[in-house]
Write a protein that binds this ligand. Structure first.
Ligand code: GTP
Length: 347
């Protein structure tokens, strides 16, 4: 009888995975957001539904404190299975962010977008009806900020796309002079002014605590695909898929923990062969990753959201170095300590 498949319980901690992706336009964007804060009535913070804990950026807490906030978990369609587990997770996230409202959205689901709009309007009735309300959408790179802005505009004022979107991070790099109208009070005949939403560039955390965080964020597209080798990322994806359900790739290979075997099978089936019929592993790795990002290899959440995990995250953020220089220093210290350990064990 064949032995049952056992997925890997842990993924090896890889020292080679970079732990920072804090770019010039992230820092510049954040600095600009800070200067604009006094004109902003409400901040919409976007986080990725698939990584609710990992896509939390303490920089926003630190830099944009003191403003009313709403948290929107984007790309719900890619993470939600539609069961009790999802309800439990969502309840926990609501508790975590209380008293800020928490919403979950799929950019194409008009019902979700309408719900976000309703919350915005409720907050808006208490504001200045002459100048209107000015909102800012913030979040990690590629989390779906511009898409949310476009969806709110579509549902709110029935107009087309105003912000450029794309499947790689860094499409929005600057902040426009004025916001985009997403609600017209005169047209609707309501109290409170119209609502304008300002798009901002995605801002990455200065320094992620470990390789696992970086791999999750890279899988969700917060990091450019050139930063982590596709083979490593595909291996991490396979590790995650196997925990969820290894049958999703059954048309290519039976359940396996060996990414080389799976990528070779994909290359053969998709005809991605190089000279002499050698499987193109990189092309297959990128294809596998993209297929998951498109929601074609299962819908699941990469973070394990429990009371304990939320507590841990909160206490880590409180003690973790948040400034970039401190973060770099801490990273170098860790590297030095590792090198020292390696040297002494080699001696
Ligand atoms: N499936 C799904 N995809 C989404 C959703 N929202 C956004 N996306 C996709 O995610 C990718 C990134 O979306 P953007 O709106 O450009 O993300 P951003 O946060 O503005 O990105 P930056 O410019 O890096 O700050 C695009 O390919 C979108 O089509 C969603 O609700 N569901």
């Amino acid at each position: 009888m064949a032995t049952p498949f056992v997925p890997r319980a842990v993924f090896p901690l890889l020292d080679s995975v970079p732990r920072s992706y804090y770019l010039g336009h992230h820092a510049a964007g954040l600095a600009k957001m800070r200067t604009m804060l006094s004109q902003i009535d409400l901040i919409i913070e976007c986080r990725d539904y698939r990584v609710p804990l990992t896509s939390h950026n303490p920089l926003f807490e630190e830099s944009l404190a003191g403003r009313e906030r709403m948290v929107v978990y984007t790309k719900k369609d890619l993470g939600r299975k539609g069961g009790e587990e999802d309800n439990k997770r969502e309840a926990l996230l609501r508790k975590w962010h209380h008293p800020s409202p928490v919403l979950f959205s799929d950019q194409h689901a008009t019902r979700d977008i309408r719900r976000v709009l309703e919350h915005i309007k409720t907050a808006n009735t208490t504001r200045n009806s002459l100048t209107g309300s000015h909102l800012m959408v913030v979040g990690m790179p590629n989390v779906g900020k511009s898409s949310l802005l476009n969806a709110l505009r579509r549902v709110g004022v029935g107009k087309g796309k105003a912000a450029k979107t794309g499947d790689q991070p860094g499409v929005t790099r600057t902040i426009a002079r004025s916001g985009v109208k997403i609600y017209d009070a005169a047209e609707e005949g309501t109290d409170g002014g119209s609502v304008y939403l300002m798009d901002t560039p995605g801002v990455f955390v200065p320094y992620v605590p470990d390789a696992d965080h970086m791999l999750k964020l890279a899988l969700c597209g917060s990091v450019k695909d050139t930063i982590i080798p596709p083979f490593t990322l595909a291996d991490y994806l396979l590790f995650q898929i196997n925990l969820y359900g290894p049958k999703v790739y059954k048309e290519y290979h039976p359940p396996t923990n060996n990414v080389t075997e799976l990528l070779e099978a994909i290359a053969r089936k998709n005809g991605r062969l190089g000279k002499g019929g050698v499987p193109d592993m990189e092309a297959s790795a990128l294809w596998l990753i993209q297929r998951w990002r498109d929601g074609k290899l299962g819908h699941f959440v990469l973070d394990d959201v429990t009371e304990e995990a939320v507590e841990k995250k909160l206490s880590h953020d409180q003690v973790a170095p948040s400034s970039l220089n401190q973060a770099r220093k801490a990273h170098k210290e860790v590297q030095r300590a590792r090198a020292k350990t390696r040297k002494s064990s080699a001696a």
